[in-house]
Write a protein that binds this ligand. Structure first.
Ligand SMILES: [Zn+2]
Ligand SMILES: [Zn+2]
Length: 355
């Protein structure tokens, strides 16, 4: 018996030593297999015809390693749209496995930095990945042209470098950057995109002093999604939802943010105390959003733009206190990489995690 154990230990030792000595070769094999397996990965491939929502950023301006800045993708049939591009949006989209070259248009809800921080990265990655000859259409409220031209100015030198390095046939100059499309001002909801069976309606929300700020409703083959953008509780959202399949709504927990504010005050940090006491006024509490989802008869409520940072899911019950009493539908704390699929002409809402 003793001899068998010694023999086994010797074999294990020998195998370990061989593996250690050839670790570079093992690394090469693993790397090469991973490249082959992941090349051309497309998380949208094989999805049924319908409306699909992919969360590519469920965070806020507060840094959070687990959540990118605000970013929601909507795939409607074969058309792919992006709503807002917060910090890290481009790399999160890549990590999820959606080719950035497939994004047909971007819709911005407003111009708070956390909603546009990642736009330059998205535009550059899309251009490099697709070789498209036309720039990305970026729709947004009044002022979107300034945002787009600002990014264009910042990236002009790099456009030149990329073209010089890879050639104009690979990186056509005409496809670099974005082209702005301004949503006409006005309080009433209006259709801002209507093509290939996809209807996108913009509506004004309440995010003073940020004006204008809008949300979007997507309709495709009998399925619907409403994205609130940043807003204080407003009937505009419930009216737009009006029985929508999925309501993707921003959220801020005032008790939690209040605690941060009070702690900052106790430490004599007037600046953070003031900022933290200002922000709940132009965002929506979990219970208020639940009320909007109920009034709007949303079939599912997905929280995004989650404030404050949630370092653990164990905090979710506290974050969501009172929500179940206010809304009887399904409530989801959004996470980067979640997908909600609404197959055409059906009632189903299918959920998946892509990360
Ligand atoms: Zn905002
Ligand atoms: Zn925001």
């Amino acid at each position: 018996m003793r001899r068998v154990i010694i023999g086994l230990l010797a074999i294990i030792g020998l195998v370990t030593a061989l593996a250690w000595l050839s670790r570079d070769r093992l690394g090469e094999i693993v790397f090469n297999r991973a490249v082959e397996a992941n090349y051309g990965k497309d998380a949208t491939a094989g999805l049924p015809d319908g409306l699909h929502v992919i969360l590519c950023g469920t965070g806020s301006p507060l840094p959070d390693p687990g959540r990118s800045g605000p970013c929601t993708m909507v795939l409607a049939g074969k058309q792919l749209f992006l709503v807002d591009a917060g910090a890290g949006a481009g790399r999160r989209i890549g990590e999820i496995g959606v080719p950035l070259g497939k994004i047909d248009a971007t819709f911005l809800t407003h111009f708070h930095s956390d909603h546009i921080d990642g736009l330059g990265e998205v535009l550059m990655l899309r251009w490099a990945a697709s070789g498209r000859k036309l720039p990305m259409p970026v729709h947004g409220p009044q002022g979107v042209d300034k945002v787009v031209s600002g990014f264009d100015t910042a990236y002009t030198a790099d456009y030149g470098y990329r073209i010089a390095h890879h050639g104009a046939d690979i990186m056509p100059r005409s496809g670099a950057g974005a082209r702005a499309f301004t949503i006409a001002p006005g309080n009433g909801p209006h259709v801002v995109y209507n093509r290939g069976g996809v209807k996108i309606t913009a509506f004004t929300v309440k995010h003073d002093p940020v004006e204008p700020a809008v949300g979007y409703r997507f309709d495709y083959k009998g399925r619907s999604v409403v994205i609130s953008g940043d807003t204080a509780p407003t009937r505009a959202v419930s009216r737009m939802c009006n029985g929508c399949d999925v309501l993707v709504h921003e959220v801020l927990n005032p008790a939690m943010v209040g605690k941060i504010s009070a702690t900052a005050k106790n430490h004599g940090d007037r600046r953070i105390a003031k900022i933290m006491s200002d922000i709940p006024g132009y965002h929506s509490s979990p219970v208020a959003v639940a009320g909007i989802a109920r009034e709007g008869k949303a079939r599912m409520l997905v929280f995004t733009h989650i404030v404050p940072r949630m370092p653990s899911r164990l905090l979710h019950p506290y974050f969501l206190r009172g929500v179940a009493q206010a809304y009887s539908g399904t409530v989801v704390m959004g996470e980067d990489g979640m997908r909600f699929s609404l197959p055409a002409r059906s009632e189903a809402i299918e959920q998946a995690k892509l990360l």
